[in-house]
Design a protein around this ligand. Structure first.
Ligand code: ADP
Length: 447
């Protein structure tokens, strides 16, 4: 087992990783920008190293500074968290070249899944169902027309290097295809320096359902069931549930078996998430994330597992140590992302937290690095806390979440808590009757 881990991240996820390390008896090194000197994770870590000024590219994305910090402190592994360098194959490679362990998949698999076209062709070959569309990159507008005619409109042009919903354009009819094609390519070139695009049938009412997988270095692969992340605004998830109100246990087992078999054949290692669109009883793979996800706690709550602990154990070479049938799903969990944003305009609201009182009680979990007096810096993501609840049934989880949100006091900055309260009261949401478009429509109705 490792004796010291450097956490190459900030905020709630840095604290989350630190907690897992503590319980495993592993010492921790926090790295931070000058804007995060007073952060909770920095205070709680055994050692802390300042790696640069506030801008992410100079600090949390500064590979040389992070590796120097690891060398100086004598860390033997690096956990990248999510975002920042977590899906940067070059970083994973550099870490290993320096004789340190990267807590995650191989650079080869990160690179493979980072290119969505390669990800899709690889998954197709491994027997995973896809959204109908082009077999690989589109060579020309002509070819786009042919594929679109075959799969039927509306279609979506997507960037191979895409992320965060950028470089993605819908063409409702053939008349819109040329514009979607050129806008998607221009956006992709500007955002990712790569204008390769592909085409998918645009599904009109899918749910976003993803599967949590873990693989060790001894050929064992398990899944921990699904998360329903359909509630999104501008492709950003806001509220997640485990399990999905739309799936039966049997459907979960079926897609779980397909996914674990694919990753076994691939020789994948560590944590991964397969994202699917689910419509009319069909799963269509869209992409794979080769890291821990923001919403991993809902899975932890229903499976009673510590996924970060599992990541660390696996990176240290330990076998998973249990089989698929040992993983039991119990009850229902919901996560609300608490962003420091105006609940109506979604403008970020950085500032000082004057009063902070987190909720508690049975089945309530808070993943947050907040405290009274903390200044939310303007430079990073606006998510300041995750409130997670678990209860025996979905409706009880909803009631527990409403109760916890009512107890949650955050003063000094505006948050999206009022929006979460409204969602939880909505009859359609309570029935579990929603698709990926539901939240955008709901927000529009509130304004
Ligand atoms: P990114 O990596 O940019 O987030 P994804 O491929 O994960 O891109 O897609 C992001 C979101 O866009 C999905 O969660 C879904 O809401 C929507 N989306 C993606 N592909 C399709 C599709 N073929 N039909 C309908 N919606 C889609």
């Amino acid at each position: 087992m490792f004796s010291k881990i450097l956490i190459a991240n900030r905020g709630e996820i840095a604290l989350r990783i630190l907690r897992a390390c503590r319980e495993l008896g592993i010492r921790t090194v926090a790295v931070h920008s000058t804007a995060d000197t007073d952060a909770m994770y920095v205070r709680l870590a055994d050692e802390a190293v300042c790696i640069g000024p506030p801008a992410s590219r100079d600090s949390y994305l500064n590979v040389a500074a992070i590796l120097s910090a690891a060398t100086i402190t004598g860390a033997d592994a690096i956990h990248p968290g999510y975002g920042f360098l977590s899906e940067n194959a070059d970083f994973a490679e550099t870490v290993e070249a320096h004789g340190l362990t990267f807590i995650g998949p191989t650079a080869e698999h990160i690179r493979m899944m980072g290119d969505k076209i390669t990800a899709k062709t690889t998954m197709m070959a491994l027997g995973v169902p896809l959204v109908p569309g082009s077999d690989g990159a589109l060579e020309s507008l002509e070819q786009a027309r042919e594929v679109a005619a075959k799969v039927g409109y509306p279609v979506l042009i997507k960037a191979a290097a895409g992320g965060g919903g950028r470089g993605m354009k819908v063409a409702p009819t053939e008349a819109d295809l040329e514009e979607a094609w050129s806008v998607a390519r221009t956006e992709a070139r500007a955002a990712f320096g790569n204008d390769e695009v592909y085409l998918e049938k645009y599904l009109d009412k899918p749910r976003h359902i993803e599967l949590q997988i873990m693989a060790d270095t001894h050929g064992n692969v398990v899944h921990y069931g699904e998360r329903d992340c359909s509630l999104q605004r501008r492709h950003q998830k806001l509220l997640e549930e485990a399990g999905s109100p739309a799936l039966t246990a049997r459907q979960r087992d079926e897609i779980g078996a397909i996914a674990t078999s694919a990753l076994t054949k691939l020789g994948y290692r560590n944590a991964g998430t397969l994202e699917f669109l689910y419509q009319d009883g069909q799963f269509c793979f869209i992409e794979m994330n080769t890291r821990l996800q923001v919403e991993h706690p809902v899975t932890e709550m229903v499976c009673d597992v510590d996924l970060v602990r599992e990541q660390i154990r696996i990176a240290a070479g330990e076998p998973i140590g249990y089989s698929q049938s040992d993983i039991k799903f119990s009850g229902h969990a919901i996560e609300c992302r608490i962003n420091a944003e105006d609940p109506q305009t979604f403008m970020p609201t950085p500032g000082t937290i004057t009063v902070y009182h987190p909720p508690g009680g049975l089945g309530v979990r808070i993943d947050s690095a907040l405290y009274a007096g903390y200044r939310v810096p303007p430079y990073y993501d606006s998510m300041i806390a995750k409130l997670i609840v678990r209860a025996p049934t979905r409706l009880e989880a909803i009631e527990r979440m409403r109760r916890a949100l009512d107890e949650f006091v955050i003063e000094g900055v505006k948050t999206v808590i009022p929006l979460h309260r409204k969602i939880l009261e909505d009859p359609q949401f309570r029935k579990g009757d929603y698709t990926i478009h539901w939240l955008e429509n709901f927000v529009a109705r509130q304004q």
